[in-house]
Design a protein. Sequence first.
Length: 330
Amino acid sequence: MSQKKNFSEDDTSAKFITPALYQAGWDEAAIRRQVAFTAGRIIVRGKLVTRGKAKRADYVLYYQHFPIALIEAKHNFKAAGDGMQQALDYATTLDIPFVFSSNGHGFVLHDRTSTAVQMETTLSLDAFPSPAELWSRYLAWKGLTPAQEQVVTQPYFDDGSGKEPRYYQRNAVNAAVEAIAKGQNRVLLVMATGTGKTYTAFQIIWRLWKAGQKKRILYLADRNILIDQTMVNDFRPFGTAMAKLSIGAKTIERADGSITELALALDKGADSKRRINAAYEIYLGLYQAITGPEERQKLFKEFSPGFFDLIVIDECHRGSAAEDSPGARF
């Protein structure tokens, strides 16, 4: 033991913590080291702008796409629990339930789910819980049934580029998917401009759609350019399953100036009356294309009340959550 006292945090991690994780059944794909999740607070002093210290977790352990455990490594001469306060701060931000601190001699586990008999437990180095054990405790904490588990474990869309949701987007997507899987009918996400609301909405829709939880989906926005950009950018993976509800436009202009033909979700029958093409699964539309002052704009009359089983409303603070809003008509 005395030889360990000269080990740095990196040495403690490499020589003791990582091997303990492998022994407990955590594979390389589930273990992420030195996970930076903020660039640091912006500090303004007069005309001088600097950044504070970035936040970086020593270890984040994943069960599939869930960050389920966080480990803070400390120098070997410190107590195993000395890193716990910092670890808890990080875990709160990342919404991680199981928090560990270690000095290479053992672990201290803090269970944020409040389901354990003891909130903090001291573990030997060879007693780190397995992925299955932590996931079982997670399911019990959340009260998820096997059917709901299948929905919440549906993977995110992966385009192969390595792009992943930012930590707050992941928190929002996981919380929304879980709430909807449990039968909650209304979910409100509050996100600042520039934080990736459309990407977050896409990942929620993708996972629910792929899991078969929601099969016919409407995405509403209040400007045509928002619909067009969404279709050719974040929602592009929906491909031929996606269509735009429109009474006019037949093309989308891409950012590079090229023109893309639209799949429109409107047909005209022999009697020249509109009818909705129900062959699509993902519909995008303007409020103005759903309901408006002119009779020809009231497309909502073409839908039965149960046509859509998920409606996502962009910028809903502009009045879209009111009782007489377009979203309330379905």
